[in-house]
Structure formats: C-alpha cells, structure tokens
Design a protein. Structure first.
Lengths: 250, 276
C-alpha cells in the first residue's frame, strides 16, 4: 500500500502541492488526473524520492519514506519502478543494457545466463522481441521506447510502479497497448501502481481508483468505475466530457 | 515527518534549479549562489563516492581515452603553434641585444611554465568541457539523470567521478606532451629564424630548467583538468529547460571553466614565485 499524508512541496514562491493525501491499496491502480502543471509529476517524484517534500508523510510497505530508517527506505525504494513521461532511456546504451541497469550487478552479472533469461522475460512481458535487445533507443519507435522503459521498471520484480504520463506522445494503438500492459502487470504481477495522466481513455482502462489534482489539492477521489459519473469542470475542460462511447466509435 | 526547510534555492547538484517563473526569476545573484552551493555539494558527494572504486574505475579508463588520447592531436597542434610563435617573437625582440642561447631559456620558461598548460587547458575547455556540459545537460533535460537514480545508480559515481578522475590523470600527461611539442616547435623555428644553433638552444634550456618547473607544469595540468571537468559536470547536471537549457549548460561550462582556469593560473604563478 502507498499512503500519502498532507504532502506539501514548494518551489521558490510557488507552492505546488498543498497538503495532498491519498491512499493506494495493495495491488491496486490509482490514476491521478489533472491538467498540466498542477504537480502530478512532482507528487510521483516525491514518492520515489527524486524530490524531497517540504512537509507531510509518504508510506509504502509499512515504511515511512519521509523519515524512516535510511536502510528501510532504501529497501522499499528498490521495490519501486518509475516510467518517465518521455521514457528517459539512456541513449548510449542498448535496450538490453538499459533494462539490466535496473538489476544489482553483484547478484546479476551482465554476462550471466540468469541475467540474460531475466532480460528476455522482461522483453516478453512488454511484447518486444529478443531482436530488440541489441538495438539503441534512437532506433526504436516512441511506443517501443515506452515499453522498454516499462521493462526497465519491472526488471527487479518491483512491487510498486509509478507511471508518469505513460501514453504521452503515443498514437491511439500504442496508447491502448500501454494501457493493456499496465492492466496486465497489475493483474498478473500484483503490483501497486500510480498512474499520472490527463488521458481519460487510459484512466477508464486501468483505474481502480481515480483522483483529481487541482491547484495542489486532491479535489476528487473516487473508485474507477465512478469516473464516468464524475462531473468536474476540469474533466469538461478536457473536451471529451461527458463520455460518449458512440461518438468514439464513429 | 520533515519540517519545511524553506529553501528557495535547491543546492542538490542533481536537482536542476526551478524553471523560469518558479521562484528565481531575475535572481542572477541567487542563481550564482545556488551554483556555488551545488558545486560544493557535488564536490562533497564526489569525495564520499571515492570509496567505491569497483564502480568508477572501469568507467574512468573509458573517459581517459575520451579526454586524453582523443584530445592529443589537437593539443599537440596548438602547443606547437604556441611554441613556434614564442620562438619567433623571442628572436625578433632579443636576438640583437642578447646572446642567442637566451632564446632557449625564454622558450623553455614560456612553454613549460605557461603556454603548455594553458594551451592544453584552453583546448580542453572547448573540446572536453563543452562536451561534458552538453552530454550531462542533455541527460538532465531528458530525465536520464533522474532515471539513473530510480534504478538505484548514483549519478556522481557513474557520471561525475569517472570524468573528473580521468581529467586528473589525463591532463597532466597531455601537458607534458604539449610542453615537449611546444619546445620542439620553438627549437625548430629558432634554428631558422633567430638564428641559433642546437647546442646554444640546449644550453639556454638547461640554464633555466629545474625539476620544479616540470612539477609546476604537472600541477597546473592537474588543477586545470579537474576544474574543467568538474565545472562542466556541475553545469550539465543543473541544466533544465530543453535544448536551450543544454545550450546554457554548454556555455556555462566553457565560460566558467575558462575564467576559473585563468584565476588558477594567476594563483599558481604566485606559487611559482614563492617556491620556485
């Protein structure tokens, strides 16, 4: 379970998070919706430790990440994977090197058969063929890069996955593939996920729970199926609201 | 729970400053202070990271190739031109009033104590400093640095320390070769243009040369090399704001490293006078 209590984060004069509280139950997926610039990524980066919150608490797996014992925090953080908005793959490394970088090389030497097997398993998980392994990120499409980023995030059998705009910049087919992948990782691996997005289709596909972040505060926190019944100005502003399946088919 | 620290300016070298409009707008002095703070923080993190040689040493050798071997041709060309120009100027100014062998002393003094290290440093500012600043800057703005942290890798260990240590090892070696190249070119030009014989040139060189001069040249090379690599790492890691941010990081790497190198040069010249 991930639990966030009264989280605050300020950059200079601008207070981005103003007392955010959220709970993601074990093995469930929370989708955090909100327009650009409201602090969704800041929240996600605070959870994984890339940013230090000014105030508040973050708990994961029963450990307080904002003030617990450093060794316990490190142990929990090793079980977290992060998928960046633009994949953030290392240009100078191959797909294989990018993925196994997430493994502890003392336990998983790069040339060991077990490491190779783990790499191939991860590639299978994200529907990439083994022939992708020696290629460089620049040789891949955006959708493939995103899947490599997911493979990197799960290679060490992470229990928590944090996705930052996982469908940003993808065409509808690739976006649907990523949504299916997020759902499959949750159902088959049992990971606890937080997905930051403003893609309502993705939210409908993967959310067990939906929260809306606006002006640094959570203004709605509802079960996933209740998303279509939610009437919020921000959702209307996305221009796709109310949801009309028939129109989508056309 | 942590209380708010109320820091307006992040000093973590791996956390880029907030984007324009997020708190530091128009605060040039604040940015400069933040930069110094980040540099101090990165220096301390680098020192602490020294206890993991198993990780950074293999990466350091790769950087020695990039910084040292790959820079050698350009360093030699520039230092030889500098030596030749010095010889030409010395011959023009001194040959009519002083004994010819003094050309050997002047060229040795100029090249070994000043031109060799400085020309090497200036070449490396452009070739290595700009490259490191742009490379790490691009990694910062595309979140690769943050990605490295999310997979449990310390960017200081994997990116900063190998580059700084490689510069510490490679630049003094380059300076020695630049000294030799500059002396050789200076001698060749002196033979034709002063004119001076080889034995006169060698006598002049021996009259000036002491081991300390060579050590001094090596010290300068090490200080310049570390400064160039470290400044570029700080600038690159603090880059933010897309392509423009990478451009700013590259410019900062070159400008700050050049100025810092000249300040070190001034300080070390004093050292030469005191101990030499």
């Amino acid at each position: 379970m991930i639990r966030i209590e009264r989280l605050r984060k300020r950059f200079g004069a601008q207070e981005v998070l103003r007392g955010v509280s959220l709970t993601v139950p074990e093995g469930r997926t929370l989708v955090l919706l909100g327009p650009s610039g409201v602090g969704k990524s800041v929240l996600l980066k605070s959870v994984i430790g890339l940013l230090e919150p000014d105030d508040g608490e973050i708990w994961a797996g029963g450990v307080e990440l904002t003030g617990g014992a450093p060794s316990a925090i490190e142990a929990v953080r090793r079980t977290m994977g992060y998928v960046f908005q633009y994949s953030a793959l290392f240009d100078s490394l191959t797909v294989a090197e990018n993925i196994i970088l997430g493994l502890d090389e003392r336990r998983w030497p790069p040339e060991a058969p077990a490491t190779r097997a783990r790499l191939l398993e991860c590639l299978r998980w994200v529907n990439l063929s083994p022939s992708t392994a020696p290629r460089y990120p620049a040789e891949l499409s955006g959708g493939m890069q995103k899947r490599v980023a997911v493979a990197r995030a799960i290679v060490a059998e992470q229990r928590y996955l944090l996705y930052d705009e996982p469908t940003a910049g993808l065409d509808p087919v690739n976006a649907a593939n990523i949504a299916g992948l997020i759902r499959r990782l949750q159902s088959e691996l049992g990971v606890t996920s937080m997905v930051v997005t403003h893609d309502l289709d993705l939210a409908r596909e993967v959310a067990d729970q939906v929260a809306i972040l606006e002006a640094g505060r959570i203004v709605a926190d509802v079960p996933g199926p209740a998303l279509d019944a939610l009437d919020h100005p921000m959702l209307r502003a996305f221009g796709r609201w109310p949801y009309e399946p028939a129109a989508d088919v056309v | 729970m942590r209380e708010s620290k109320g820091l307006a300016v992040p000093v973590d070298p791996l956390v880029p400053p907030p984007a324009a409009g997020a708190g530091l707008r128009g605060g040039g002095a604040l940015k400069a202070i933040a930069g110094v703070g980040a540099a101090a923080s990165l220096a301390w993190a680098s020192i602490r990271a020294l206890r993991h040689p198993r990780i950074y040493l293999p990466l350091t050798w790769a950087q020695v190739w990039e910084i040292g071997i790959a820079s050698l041709p350009l360093v030699l060309v520039v230092s030889m031109i500098a030596g030749a120009v010095t010889s030409e100027q010395t011959g023009y100014q001194y040959s009519s009033t002083l004994p010819p062998w003094i050309v050997g002393s002047v060229i040795t003094a100029s090249v070994v104590t000043e031109l060799g290290p400085l020309s090497t440093g200036l070449v490396l500012v452009g070739r290595v400093g700009a490259r490191i600043g742009a490379e790490l800057g691009a990694m910062s703005v595309t979140e690769q640095i943050q990605a490295l942290r999310t997979v449990g890798r310390d960017p200081v260990l994997y990116l900063v320390l190998p580059r700084v240590l490689a510069a510490l090892l490679a630049v003094p070696a380059l300076v020695i070769l630049a000294d030799a190249g500059g002396m050789l070119a200076g001698w060749a030009v002196a033979l034709v243009r002063v004119p001076v014989t080889t034995s006169e040139f060698a006598a002049g060189a021996r009259a000036y040369f002491r081991p300390f001069v060579l050590y001094f040249s090596l010290i300068k090379g090490a200080v310049f090399g570390v400064s160039i690599a470290f400044v570029a790492c700080v600038a690159g890691l603090r880059a933010s704001g897309g392509a423009a941010g990478v451009g700013r990081a590259t410019t900062t790497s070159v400008v700050v490293a050049t100025v810092l190198m000249m300040v070190w040069d001034l300080f070390l010249a004093r050292l030469l006078r005191v101990f030499g």
